[in-house]
Ligand binder design. Structure first.
Ligand code: NAP
Length: 260
């Protein structure tokens, strides 16, 4: 039986760990050939070798998504390997919680260049190939912080909010070419990024963390998300199961934003 993504080529940024790695695995398990890219060469090589050892078809490309030349080389590598690009997962990002008093112009630009400009650069470089695909799909990984404010998250949340509307603009401009564009907005997902921002799982036992996330109905499902919880929704948006879905934001947050 053919798999959902048989014959397709996917490009996943920030694929060395966390949500990007889970997405790369899920897409490859559904038959896609996956170009995994990341800025961290060693962790990326290990992650790609791990998926290859499971019989999945992947290649690794070191890439800084904030650098258009590096992005062009990543796209070239996918096309040189497999001759096409059907699916683009713009996932790479950095966390940031700098308060405005310490937020220099250079730092603001740094965060926006990785977390927002990158999606434009990658989509621009991949567009000629996506246009040739009968089933082009872009999935931008935003955040609940792109639809809500959070303390000291001006740069990060503004970038993610921009990414949400960039997704809608991509859907409008690319729709006539048969290319869909959607965003996934994760809530709290247990990855290294969340750990850097909110502490280690041990620290999660603190009253502060429990109060914020699990009491008072703030987290209806009463647990943090796992990268695999986000990979399924990404697969849905990348696959033909969502052929008439474009310009949407799929919130994956255990119900966090359903409350106030
Ligand atoms: P993660 O574990 O930190 O993984 C992100 C990966 O992206 C890392 O391997 C990182 O490399 C890489 N990266 C950073 N800057 C890059 C650059 N300039 N070029 C290429 N790769 C770069 O993060 P995650 O939690 O899986 O996050 C994945 C996506 O989900 C991000 O867009 C994030 O904003 C979003 N998200 C996450 C959460 C959450 O709770 N975890 C919630 C909402 C949204 P380095 O290790 O070298 O930095």
């Amino acid at each position: 039986m053919s798999k959902r993504l048989s014959g397709r080529v996917a490009l996943v940024t920030g694929a060395a760990r966390g949500i990007g790695l889970a997405a790369a695995k899920r897409l490859a398990e559904e038959g896609a050939k996956v170009l995994m890219s990341d800025i961290d060469a060693d962790v990326l090589a290990e992650a790609a070798a791990g998926l290859e050892a499971q019989g999945l078809i992947v290649q690794a490309a070191v890439c800084d998504v904030a650098d258009p030349q590096s992005v062009a080389a990543m796209v070239d590598k996918a096309v040189a390997a497999w001759g096409r690009i059907d699916i683009l997962i713009n996932n790479a990002a950095i966390s940031d919680d700098t308060p405005i008093e310490q937020l220099s112009d250079a730092h603001w630009r740094h965060v926006l260049s990785i977390n927002l400009d990158s999606a434009l650069h990658v989509a621009k470089a991949a567009l000629p190939y996506l246009k040739q695909s009968p089933s082009g799909s872009i999935v931008n990984i935003a955040s609940v912080q792109g639809i809500r404010g959070q303390p000291h998250a001006m740069a990060y949340a503004t970038a993610k909010g921009g990414l949400v509307n960039l997704t809608r603009c991509m859907a409008v401009d690319f729709g006539p070419f048969g290319i869909r564009a959607n965003a996934v907005a994760p809530g709290y997902i247990d990855t290294r990024m969340a750990e850097q921002k909110l502490g280690t799982p041990h620290e999660h036992q603190t009253d502060w963390f429990q109060d914020i996330y699990f009491k008072y109905g703030r987290m209806p499902l009463r647990r943090a998300g796992k990268p695999q919880d986000v990979a399924g929704p990404i697969l849905f948006l990348a696959s033909d199961d969502s052929l008439y879905v474009t310009g949407t934001v799929l919130v994956v947050d255990g119900g966090f934003t359903a409350t106030y």
